[in-house]
Design a protein around this ligand. Structure first.
Ligand SMILES: *Cc1c(COP(=O)(O)O)cnc(C)c1O
Length: 405
């Protein structure tokens, strides 16, 4: 039905969204139209500094000339061919990923959840090939986030995400994050795989301790379980090293990647050791769109940029500065500042929603991680001057909250 009341274009778009899009996202009250560096512009001409980056995706920010050029170059070539055929960009991206990681082989996907789904299948197949057909359990951890598909949501122990969708994947055990004793109690002869984020993202920016990751590695070796690191959010330069597990020096058997890998285009990847890869044979897994020449060509450009030592040093430096400056804000509402590189949590004493909403009025785009945490996962190209602007505005917002409380 036609809406006859006169409306602005912005209002019309929001109305149409509410009328025609399945309402699973409660969106922020603006329509984004353009971006430049770490700044986003809405349809009313307002600008925002972006501390979200499409949730840890837009690593090179907006309108990056090199990225635009890589996209234009790719658009002149093949977009899609199917994995039935060889194409150079996919193979070259795999070469790069293997060269820069522990892994021997790569399987490409279209998203993070699809990468974790594949990782689970690969891990189960490792056990199946050994004739261990009842070694199928998966151990995950409290506050984890591994995706929204049925298998990956089964590894994401949060009532709101899981409860309406039962029955979930059977054989999932949830141990307490950073509690090795809890993991010991659940990892055993039946365990096919253990999946963990070296730094939990959605769960509130919680860093796995070195002892915890080392202990999981030992338990997986002891019981022949496949250790999966989900670096979909913390990987690809986010923490100031190319892979988050480099900070600890523990390597997994499988690592999953996605979010920033193609600078905003949809991609995921399952990186694995030769031992894992040899369990899979022709025809046993697949994905129509995954690893297409267009998206992998762009990802090659992004990965090359991010893995430059100067680029990673910049992330480290600005990240340190962000934590330092956030820690200087004098507000009784602040409980903790933590993180690594440009993956930083500002934990408050209560719900962060009002702070995020006030941020929009002040030209800040921020996102929560759970109820009490504001999560900073900006484009990796942000500068210290952006941090100064953020801290200035947050100081005002938090002091206003205090007086209103
Ligand atoms: C975002 C995320 C996923 C899911 O990725 P999608 O692309 O949304 O499917 C999985 N694991 C972690 C750690 C993530 O942050």
């Amino acid at each position: 039905m036609l809406n006859t009341t006169p409306q602005t274009r912005t209002d019309q778009l929001m109305q149409d969204d509410h009328d025609h899009i399945a309402q699973t996202y409660k969106r922020a009250p603006f329509v984004l139209v353009h971006g430049e560096g770490a700044t986003l512009f809405d349809s009313e001409g307002r600008s925002y500094t972006d501390w979200v980056a499409g949730i840890a995706v837009n690593a090179l920010g907006y309108s990056d000339p090199g990225l635009t050029q890589a996209i234009q170059h790719g658009a002149n070539g093949l977009i899609h061919t199917s994995n039935l055929y060889y194409t150079a960009p996919q193979i070259e991206l795999a070469n790069l990923l293997v060269e820069k990681s522990f892994a021997d082989r790569v399987f490409f996907t279209n998203s993070g959840a699809e990468a974790n789904e594949g990782a689970l299948k690969f891990a189960r197949k490792v056990q199946y090939e050994k004739g261990l057909t009842d070694k199928t359990e998966v151990v995950c951890f409290s506050s984890a986030f591994h995706g929204r598909t049925l298998a990956t949501v089964s590894l994401t122990p949060k009532e709101k995400y899981q409860k309406p969708f039962h029955p979930l994947l059977p054989g999932v055990k949830v141990a307490e994050f950073n509690n090795l004793e809890s993991a010991k109690g659940l990892i055993g002869d039946k365990t096919a795989a253990v999946i963990v984020e070296p730094i939990q993202g959605e769960g509130g920016i919680n860093m796995a301790t070195p002892e915890f990751l080392r202990g999981l590695r030992e338990l997986c070796d002891q019981y022949g379980a496949v250790l999966i690191f989900d670096e979909i959010q913390c990987g690809v330069g986010r923490t100031g090293k190319l892979w988050a597990h480099e900070h600890v020096g523990v390597t997994p058997d499988i690592m999953t990647l996605a979010k920033p890998l193609a600078g905003g285009l949809p991609i995921g990847a399952i990186l694995m050791t030769e031992t894992v890869a040899t369990a899979m044979h022709y025809g046993e897994h697949g994905s129509t769109f995954a690893g297409g020449p267009f998206v992998t060509g762009v990802a090659k450009y992004v990965l090359n940029r991010i893995s430059q030592p100067e680029f990673l040093a910049h992330v480290d430096e600005v990240g340190e500065y962000l934590q330092e400056r956030l820690s200087e804000i004098n507000s009784p509402l602040i409980k903790d500042v933590r993180g690594k590189g440009l993956m930083v949590a500002l934990e408050l004493t209560g719900d962060v929603t009002p702070v995020i909403e006030a941020g929009y009025q002040h030209g800040l785009i921020m996102v929560n991680a759970g109820t009490d945490v504001i999560r900073f996962v900006p484009p990796l190209i942000v500068e210290k001057s952006h941090v100064d602007g953020l801290v200035e505005k947050l100081t005002i917002i938090l002091s206003e909250m205090q007086t209103n409380a």
